[in-house]
Design a protein around this ligand. Structure first.
Ligand code: AKG
Length: 284
C-alpha cells in the first residue's frame, strides 16, 4: 500500500494490477450489452476521429449484485481512505464503450486532455494536496497501443500545468502511456491531466470508471433508487459506516470536518478509520 501512496502523491496516479479477474470482466461486458438495450445512454457527441462512445451510468442501481463489488473492492476503498480520509463517496459508476476507427481516420493522438471533476486548487501551489475526487479506471481488455492506452502527465496534479486548446488532442512531451492489462485498475487524482487514445484495434474498447468524491459533494448517479436504498438500509443495520458513506450517508462528516485544529488531517483520518472499523466489528 505504501508504494502506491508514494507513487500517487508523486505522480498523481497508481496502478493496482489484477484487481478483477477475467470472469468478472466477462460479466461486466454482458451487463453492458444487456443494459445498453434497456436504458438510454448518456448523450455524447459523435467522434468519428477517435471512435464513437456509448456511456452507461447508474449501474449500481440497475445491477446491484454484480456492480456493488466493483465499487466496494477493499483494496480500492482502503487506498482511497488513505488519500482522501474516511469521506469517500461513490459519485458515479459508468461503463464506456468506444468503437474502433480505422488508422486512417484516427487523425489525433489523444482523445482529449483534461482534468476530472473537483480538480480544486490547480495552479495555486506546487505542493501535493489531497484529492477532492479520484477516478478509478478498470480496463476490460489488455490496453495495447491499438486499443488506445490511457495517457497521463505525471506530476500535473501539482503545479500549474495547463494544456493550450490547440494541443488538447496532441501527443505531449512528458506524457506517459499507462499500459495495463484487463482487470488492472488505475487510480488517478482528479487534478492529473489525462486522456484516452483512439481505438484502432478493430474491436470495441471498454472501461469502467468509478468516480469517488468527498461524501459531502453532489452526485451524478442517483442514490435514491430502491436497490441502492436497500444497500444503505442493510449497511445501517450492520453499522457499516464505510458502505453507508459510499452512498452519501455520513452523520459524522460534519463534526469530523471541524476537528482539524489539533492534529494533521492524516493522523485524524487513521483514527477515524479505526473507529469506523471498531463500530462495524462490534455490531457483528
Ligand atoms: O479513455 C480513457 O482511457 C480515459 C478515461 C477518462 O479520461 C475519464 O474517465 O475521465
Amino acid at each position: 500500500m505504501q508504494k502506491h501512496i508514494k507513487a500517487f502523491k508523486r505522480d498523481g496516479y497508481t496502478v493496482f494490477e489484477g484487481l478483477f479477474d477475467r470472469q468478472t470482466i466477462a460479466l461486466w461486458k454482458t451487463i453492458f450489452d444487456d443494459q445498453v438495450t434497456r436504458q438510454p445512454a448518456i448523450e455524447r457527441e459523435r467522434q468519428p476521429e477517435v471512435g464513437d462512445q456509448v456511456v452507461l451510468d447508474n449501474l449500481v442501481e440497475r445491477e446491484p449484485k454484480a456492480m456493488l463489488p466493483a465499487v466496494t473492492h477493499p483494496v480500492i476503498l482502503d487506498f482511497l481512505e488513505r488519500v482522501m480520509g474516511p469521506f469517500v463517496q461513490m459519485e458515479s459508476l459508468r461503463m464506456n464503450r468506444t468503437d474502433s476507427v480505422s488508422k486512417r481516420d484516427a487523425e489525433v493522438a489523444a482523445t482529449n486532455w483534461h482534468r476530472d471533476g473537483w480538480a480544486m486548487f490547480v495552479g495555486q501551489t506546487n505542493d501535493y494536496l489531497p484529492p477532492m475526487a479520484c477516478n478509478v479506471l478498470t480496463y476490460l481488455q489488455d490496453m495495447t497501443d491499438e486499443v488506445g492506452p490511457l495517457r497521463v502527465l505525471p506530476g500535473s496534479h501539482r503545479g500549474a500545468l495547463f494544456v493550450p486548446k490547440e494541443n488538447l488532442r496532441a501527443s505531449l512531451p512528458n506524457e506517459r502511456w499507462v499500459e495495463v492489462k484487463a482487470g488492472d485498475t488505475a487510480i488517478i487524482h482528479s487534478c492529473i491531466l489525462h486522456s484516452g487514445s483512439p481505438n484502432t484495434s478493430g474491436r470495441p474498447r471498454f472501461f469502467m470508471s468509478r468516480f469517488y468524491t468527498k461524501c459531502f459533494l453532489p452526485t451524478r448517479d442517483n442514490h435514491n433508487g430502491p436497490n441502492v436504498q436497500n444497500i444503505v438500509a442493510e449497511a445501517k443495520q450492520r453499522k457499516d459506516r464505510r458502505l453507508m458513506r459510499l452512498f452519501g450517508v455520513d452523520d459524522l462528516a460534519g463534526s469530523r470536518s471541524m476537528a482539524t485544529g489539533g492534529e494533521p488531517e492524516e493522523i485524524l483520518w487513521k483514527r477515524w478509520i479505526a473507529e469506523d472499523r471498531a463500530v462495524l466489528s462490534g455490531s457483528a
